[in-house]
Design a protein around this ligand. Structure first.
Ligand SMILES: [Mg+2]
Length: 242
């Protein structure tokens, strides 16, 4: 079945949930992650899709909820940060306590690796290696990963030039299923580009629709080349559901 036929089948009738990753999916990957913005047309298309009957639209990102609000401040969009944990509601300041020892060690590591950066969120800490030179980049990621042993309660996820350490038990798959339950969605669309998006692809079934953006091993049903292919899919859904 072509991707367009799959979109037609997915659009169907009844309640649907459309979930999107942000970086590398709705935005191009940029050197300075702070400057990433949605690609042209994406935000406006998402808002129109979210305005249709029986359609819930969610952006699920590793970023914090606050960072998503800066980029998509629209009441119709569900903005889910930190892979499902951060809906901008929870003020739990103790979330990081189990990570404190690790944060100290990581800070020492980062201080010795030019270009690396540590981002401390509410329930996780992320080592960014994008701007670290050549061979050191992988060695640094490996060093950091080795700091957490298998028995630990800390989960380690490696993404594109990031290593994320978290104390949450949630991931994008669990977050997506929770949302589908909340909104009574019969089918789920999910589009993403990275390792953490595979958690979402993995929990979806035959009636759902999963699309991977860009290269890399995937269990998604379809693949598109880059983020510029995403707004046309949203537009097609709008057309089919209008
Ligand atoms: Mg991404």
């Amino acid at each position: 079945m072509s991707l367009d036929d799959a979109v037609i089948r997915f659009a169907g009738s009844g309640r649907i949930l459309c979930g999107f990753d942000f970086d590398g999916t709705l935005s191009e990957i940029v050197t300075d992650a702070a400057t990433a913005t949605a690609i042209l047309g994406a935000t406006e298309s998402l808002e129109r899709l979210a305005g249709l009957d029986g359609v819930t639209v969610a952006v699920l990102s590793g970023r914090t909820h606050a960072e998503l609000v800066e980029r998509f401040d629209h009441p119709g969009l569900m903005l889910i940060g930190e892979h499902g944990y951060d809906r901008g509601e929870d003020e739990d300041s103790d979330g990081l306590t189990p990570l404190n020892g690790l944060i100290d060690t990581l800070q020492t590591l980062v201080a010795r690796a030019p270009g690396s950066r540590l981002e401390i969120k509410s329930r996780s800490v992320v080592l960014h290696t994008r701007n670290v030179l050549g061979d050191i980049k992988e060695a640094l990621a490996a060093r950091a990963k080795a700091m957490v042993d298998d028995e630990s309660d800390i989960a380690v996820m490696e993404g594109k030039e990031v290593v994320e350490f978290s104390v949450t038990g949630t991931d994008k798959g669990a977050a997506l299923l929770d949302l589908a339950g909340e909104f009574g969605a019969e089918r789920i669309l999910y589009i993403g580009d990275d390792v953490t998006d595979e958690h979402a692809f993995a929990v979806l079934g035959e009636n759902d629709l999963t699309i991977r953006v860009g290269p890399g091993e995937t269990t998604a049903m379809y693949r598109v080349a880059d983020p510029s292919a995403v707004p046309p899919i949203i537009e097609r859904l709008i057309e089919l559901r209008s």
